[in-house]
Design a protein around this ligand. Structure first.
Ligand code: IPM
Ligand code: MG
Length: 359
């Protein structure tokens, strides 16, 4: 059966990088991948046309799609929108929530070719392979009540950090299963020395552990986890944590690998429907210059093939093609280094496509 794919280029560098990823997707179609690809508007791009970041039409298309490929949303152009619910970021959060994409997989892998690009010493990061499993539809991002209101003559801002046992359990299971397929180590990150919600988080993780006897479960406070990530990152295999801690730690982990421009991500719901996007943002400062790194988005297509479309061979082919162009010395500006050839977004796309076809 033909499956639907929705491409949401979004804002900033989003259109440039998804254009390259779409070429790889087309190459997969030419090799028999049975998908129907359409585009939609999300974020600032949608706001400019429809006055809202997640138009009904986009949401309908998203619900009907087996998988979504997203570029990035947001930028200074829309930062002045006073109604927070109309900001581009709300479009992204809306898709996550409406589709129930609670399981966010954020790999941090150091490509051997790029170990020098990391801000840490190469020996600390060479061979790094961490999978951060971030809860994506709950926690303080979505908790009620929230707002800014007048109390005793001054304004007060508040959010609610809340998780139910069932929410913790389902992300816990994703993480334990991931650990079973990898290095069999799972570190759950919380702030159980201060926050009740994460005391419960820790309890639920402990309760699940006996069901996964082959996985070694450990716990770490988030402040320590931040420190350990930059001190000795290779101690981690799979990390599971809530929405906000995951947001922060995944940026740190991404940078260990040399460039956030290399890292894909997947956000999955219970039925394997997923949204795939680069970990980096819309980089408005370099938008339109044709210099953005398309590899994270191209690798997001690989994750899509693996997790939503059950096409591991095509996924591997893309990943190998990316490895090949790095071996060949091609670098976009963000990962540029001496002796390597600095290329544009489109040239990088050309090279990956050629390597994909040649394999
Ligand atoms: C991310 C981003 C988003 C988040 C923003 C754009 C809403 O930082 O995907 O990590 O905070 O989840
Ligand atoms: Mg983030």
């Amino acid at each position: 059966m033909t499956q639907k794919i929705l491409v949401l280029p979004g804002d900033g560098i989003g259109p440039e990088i998804t254009a390259q990823a779409s070429r790889i997707l087309a190459a997969c179609q030419a090799r028999g991948l049975d998908v129907d690809v359409e585009e939609g508007l999300l974020g600032g791009a949608a706001y400019d046309v429809h006055g809202e970041p997640l138009p009904a039409e986009t949401l309908e298309k998203a619900k009907a799609a087996r998988a979504i490929l997203l570029g990035a949303v947001g930028g200074p152009k829309w930062d002045k929108i006073e109604d927070l619910s109309k900001r581009p970021e709300k479009g992204l959060l809306g898709v996550r929530k409406q589709l129930g994409l609670f399981g966010n997989l954020r790999p941090a892998i150091t490509y051997p070719q790029l170990a020098d690009a990391s801000s840490l010493k190469p020996e600390l990061v060479a061979g790094l392979d961490i999978m951060i499993v971030r809860e994506l539809t709950g926690g303080i991002y979505f908790g009620q009540p929230r707002g800014i209101e007048e109390r005793d003559g001054e304004r007060v801002g508040f959010n609610t950090y809340v998780y139910s046992e069932s929410e913790i359990e389902r992300i816990g299971r994703v993480a334990f299963e991931m650990a079973q397929k990898r290095g069999k180590k799972l570190c759950s990150v919380d702030k159980a020395n201060v926050l009740e919600v994460t005391i419960l988080w820790r309890e639920v993780m402990e309760r699940l552990a006996p069901e996964y006897p082959d996985v070694e479960l450990s716990h770490m406070y988030v402040d320590n986890a931040a420190m350990q990530l930059v001190r000795a990152p290779k101690q981690f295999d799979v990390v599971v944590t809530g929405n906000m801690f995951g947001d922060i730690l995944s940026d740190a982990a991404a940078m260990l690998t040399g460039s956030i421009g290399m890292l894909p991500s997947a956000s999955l719901n219970e039925s394997g429907q997923g949204m795939y996007e680069p970990c980096h943002g819309s980089a408005p400062d370099i938008a339109g210059q044709g210099i953005a790194n398309p590899l994270a988005t191209i690798l997001s297509v690989a994750m899509m093939l693996r997790y939503s479309l059950d096409e591991p061979a095509l996924a591997q082919r893309i990943e190998d093609a990316v490895g090949q162009v790095l071996d060949d010395g091609l670098r976009t500006a963000d990962i540029a280094s001496e002796g390597m050839r600095t290329v544009s977004t489109a040239e990088m796309g050309d090279a990956v496509l050629a390597a994909f076809e040649a394999r």
